[in-house]
Design a protein around this ligand. Structure first.
Ligand code: PGA
Length: 250
């Protein structure tokens, strides 16, 4: 399998730049599996500082956590992917459930953000995941497939190869409750099959990450599943020791 193994941290609205640099220094000094790509999703205010801090470090990339769907204009408080790319940053997280839930980001808006981020030259970590209700009614596969169809299936195979998918069941985020490796694998396989029907061969090269209460104690078992290529990690990415253990769990 040639798929890139990825350990992505999502700092959300946590850590000052100073604290973030201290955390990054520990990651730089720590022992990291060289075949794993580490990506850090950090607040906008930290992008420039951390991008510079990591200029000479292989295998740790910086990501924004959101971007606007327009390139520039009268959108007070917003940041365009073109501005992010100009800093040398390579990734943006789009469609996180907190953005969908608290900032009313729907599939249509996310599609526009995807297009603008790709136009700017960014790679994307595209999040999807079902609420508990959808899982309880066994509608979870359909629900998540629709999220990726609406957000991504208008892309060419070439553009799709610049996208990493992160499956994050909402009921498992920040709750301490993780999807079982079997539950996660079921979804990842369903997504890969769907990607294969739409995009063909390249579906085998698209990394699909799991997210939702990933910790040093459950990472290994999750990563041992055939279609789980890594994780998007919230809480446990804020402590260097924990995150290094996750990076080394493949
Ligand atoms: P968590 O968050 O690891 O704290 O559950 C994951 C995420 O929201 O990306």
């Amino acid at each position: 399998m040639s798929r890139q193994k990825i350990a992505a941290g999502n700092w959300k609205m946590n850590l000052t730049l100073k604290k973030g640099k201290e955390l990054v220094d520990k990651l730089i000094k720590g022992k990291r599996d060289p075949k794993v790509l580490t990506i850090l999703g950090v607040p906008f205010t930290h992008l420039d500082g951390l991008q510079n801090h990591l200029k000479y470090v292989d295998n740790i990339k910086i990501s924004a956590q959101n971007c606007h769907e327009q390139t520039s204009g009268a959108f007070t408080g917003e940041v365009s992917p073109q501005m992010i790319k100009a800093l040398g940053v390579s990734y943006v997280i789009l469609g996180h459930s907190e953005r969908r839930q608290y900032f009313n980001e729907n599939n249509k808006l996310l599609k526009a953000k995807v297009d603008n981020a790709l136009a700017a030259g960014l790679k994307i970590i595209f999040c999807c995941g079902e609420p508990l209700k959808e899982r309880k009614t066994k509608n979870h596969l359909k629900y998540v497939r629709k999220q990726i169809k609406d957000g991504l299936y208008h892309l060419s195979a070439k553009d799709m190869s610049k996208v990493v998918i992160a499956y994050e069941p909402i009921w498992a985020i920040g709750t301490g409750e993780t999807a079982s490796p079997e539950q996660a694998q079921e979804m990842h396989l369903a997504l890969r099959k769907s990607l294969n029907r739409k995009f063909g061969e390249i579906s085998n090269d698209i990394s699909i990450l799991y997210g939702g209460s990933v910790k040093p104690t459950n990472a290994k078992e999750l990563f041992s599943q055939a279609d789980i290529d890594g994780a998007l990690v919230g809480g446990a990415s804020l402590k260097a020791d924990n995150f290094l253990q996750i990076i080394n769990s493949f």
